[in-house]
Write a protein that binds this ligand. Structure first.
Ligand code: ADP
Length: 354
């Protein structure tokens, strides 16, 4: 199929590096003979409302270094309905959009798969600061968010050292404690708590007391937001049980902004190019992934299933289905490798942060 016109959109939670991905998509597509690239505003909302604009090589100049997304992002519940979906398909037909590159998280990919099923080929690019898409080792925005956390926690650590305090810091990451695990190591946190790994509070408090006896003055505890209603109360308990003055800080949305790091700009550029190449090659319903340092792709349905498996959300019927189609072993191995990598980080942090 000849792709004359394609669309690009950013959807769901924003992440630094989305702009670099848009730029790469536009420039690769035009360079490879696509006549027109529509920038669709506010994710699937803009598709339904026909809010879009033609982008060209120059209109994506000067965005590679900017956080946020020049196409804006929004959540669009209407798109999940049959009527909304049909509106989106009609707009694509009216504008002659032959395919769409959707940049976002797993919700965005569910939308992309629905559109593909209705005849509009889509390719997804993973962009979310949480690194919570299990099919890929890396998602655009993760590195920038971590660097923001490290910069802020380093500052907290300075003042904790002066006053011999403890600071419990809540970082983003609902279903994946990746930001917490990495930044915990990078900031020398005495303890890291994430939803997906068991946390021994008594042991952590004993470690703080022992370190204080050993003349340690600053205590950073990193908690992922996925451990709901935990961090603030935990700060109080630490103070009560150790006698160390303990503050609580929630870093919140500051982690979503800022100029993307080199890692995010480069990965976004590579993934943007890969997405266009797959589309022009006649492929659809794929998510671009990074596995063991290589840019590759995976069927979106498989990627969504791996995600459910990794997050322990699969039903026995779904397991039986996967077994019948022969993909269970491969998917299990993928999840086990990922879980082992997390556990390894956790153990290292416990061993060297004293
Ligand atoms: P993210 O892509 O970051 O995971 P969301 O889960 O909010 O963010 O999804 C972004 C958008 O993708 C939603 O607002 C909606 O328009 C679309 N979407 C999410 N889930 C589905 C679904 N099951 N079917 C179709 N579209 C969906």
């Amino acid at each position: 199929m000849q792709f004359k016109r394609i669309g690009v959109l950013t959807s769901g939670g924003d992440a630094p590096g989305m702009n670099a991905a848009i730029r790469s998509v536009v420039r690769t597509a035009i360079g490879r003979g696509v006549e027109e690239v529509y920038g669709i505003y506010s994710g699937y909302k803009g598709l339904i409302e026909e809010d879009m604009e033609l982008l060209n090589i120059r209109s994506v100049s000067n965005i590679i270094s900017h956080g946020g997304t020049m196409l804006y992002s929004a959540r669009c519940p209407e798109f999940k309905t049959e009527e909304g979906m049909q509106k989106a398909v009609d707009v694509c037909k009216k504008r002659g959009i032959d395919g769409i590159i959707a940049i976002g998280g797993d919700g965005t990919f569910r939308g992309a798969t629905d559109l593909t099923r209705r005849g509009i080929p889509c390719i997804g690019i993973p962009a979310t600061i949480d690194n919570d898409i299990s099919s890929t080792d890396y998602t655009i925005g993760f590195d920038t968010a971590m660097n923001t956390v490290v910069e802020l926690v380093d500052k907290l650590r300075d003042t904790c050292e002066s006053h011999a305090r403890c600071n419990v810091v809540e970082v983003m990451g609902k279903y994946a404690g990746d930001i917490a695990l990495h930044t915990g190591i990078a900031t020398g946190a005495i303890s890291i708590a994430v939803r997906e790994l068991p946390y021994d509070e008594d042991q952590a408090i004993a470690k703080i007391i022992k370190a204080r006896e050993n003349k340690k003055r600053n205590f950073i505890v990193i908690v992922a937001e996925g451990k709901e209603n935990f961090a603030e109360a935990y700060a109080k308990r630490i103070e009560e049980k150790t006698g160390i003055e303990t503050r609580f800080s929630r870093l919140a949305h500051v982690q979503r902004g800022g100029n993307p790091t080199v890692r995010d700009r480069v990965t976004a550029s590579l993934m943007g190019k890969a997405a266009v190449m797959e589309l022009l090659d006649g492929k659809s319903n794929l998510v671009i992934c990074e596995r063991k340092g290589v840019i590759t792709s995976m069927d979106i349905n498989k990627a969504l299933k791996i995600d459910r498996m990794f997050k322990d959300l699969m039903t026995p019927e779904e397991y039986a289905e996967l077994e019948a189609e022969g993909s269970l072993v491969d998917m299990r191995r993928h999840c086990e490798e990922r879980a082992a990598a997390k556990l390894n980080l956790y153990r290292i942090s416990q061993e060297i942060c004293k």
